[in-house]
Ligand binder design. Structure first.
Ligand code: ADP
Ligand code: MG
Ligand code: MG
Length: 249
């Protein structure tokens, strides 16, 4: 599904990603773990098409298509969802309007008709309910005045409504108390399916107790220095990142 080959990217002339290789197949859940500043968010931004990053080398394909040449809109239409470490607030735009606009933009790019008002409301209410979100929050401006946990929960509602093929979640667990973490994990697990994939980016092992990954990769100084199964997360928890730091070139 997603194939990243020797991806090198820089910000302001400074190389941050130093040759990333990663293949994600349908049905798989991958976790990228790494210390602060290792390039985790940079990788998620480059995959989502955020401007400001200089691509030095390498390729990224989604189902064989060159992802790096697609606009962010087309990436979303192709089924990529990016959950941000710091979800943005959008004053003046209600959650409902935001979701409807996003959903219809994706449908339009795929040549599908707009969702009907009734279908849309049912869909959003069902997803909000499943994630234990107060339906009143759907009417409020996107993330404005939401607590950290509410923002992450809202992001899971967005993800469920948009129903992506590949979800890339950057530190979705940061700042969550245990109850919010369980709800967010439920949202991620609900997306697991044989034709979908999830890339979780996290600093801590805690999330991986609830969303058990098939593969864990350790990112240090812009390079994946080790890959393994879920047990690798426990090695990291026990030994810290320092044990892997020497592996970066
Ligand atoms: P992580 O998400 O793993 O904590 P980031 O991808 O946010 O790491 O950052 C990787 C490195 O890139 C850090 O050294 C950070 O300071 C640097 N960096 C990130 N964004 C910018 C930016 N906009 N301008 C300059 N340097 C940046
Ligand atoms: Mg960070
Ligand atoms: Mg980050």
């Amino acid at each position: 599904m997603l194939e990243i080959k020797n991806l090198r990217a820089a910000i302001d002339g400074r190389e941050i990603l130093k040759g990333i290789n990663l293949t994600i197949n349908p049905g798989e859940v991958h976790a990228i773990m790494g210390p602060n500043g290792s390039g985790k968010s940079t990788l998620s931004y480059v995959l989502s098409g955020r401007p400001g990053y200089e691509l030095l080398e390498g390729s990224v394909t989604l189902d064989g298509e060159n992802l790096l040449e697609m606009s962010p809109d087309l990436r979303a239409a192709a089924g990529i969802f990016l959950g941000f470490q710091y979800p943005v607030e959008i004053p003046g735009v209600s959650n409902l309007n935001f979701l409807k606009t996003a959903l219809n933009a994706i449908r339009k790019a795929r040549g599908e008709a707009d969702v009907t008002a009734a279908e849309f409301l049912k869909l959003v209410r069902d997803k909000a309910k499943a994630l234990e979100m107060d339906p009143e929050m759907l009417k409020r401006p996107v993330n404005v005045g939401f607590s950290g946990g509410e923002k992450k929960r809202n992001e899971m509602v967005q993800m469920q409504v948009l129903d992506p093929k590949l979800a890339i979640l950057d530190e979705t667990d940061s700042g969550l108390d245990i109850d919010a973490l369980k709800v967010v994990s439920k949202g991620i697990n609900a997306l697991r399916a044989p034709d979908k994939a999830i890339l979780m980016i996290t600093h801590y092992q805690r999330l991986l107790d609830y969303v058990v990954p098939d593969f864990v990769h350790v990112l240090v100084q812009g390079q994946i220095v080790k890959s393994g199964g879920k047990e690798l997360a426990y090695v990291l928890e026990r030994e810290g990142y320092a044990a892997f730091a020497g592996a970066a070139a």
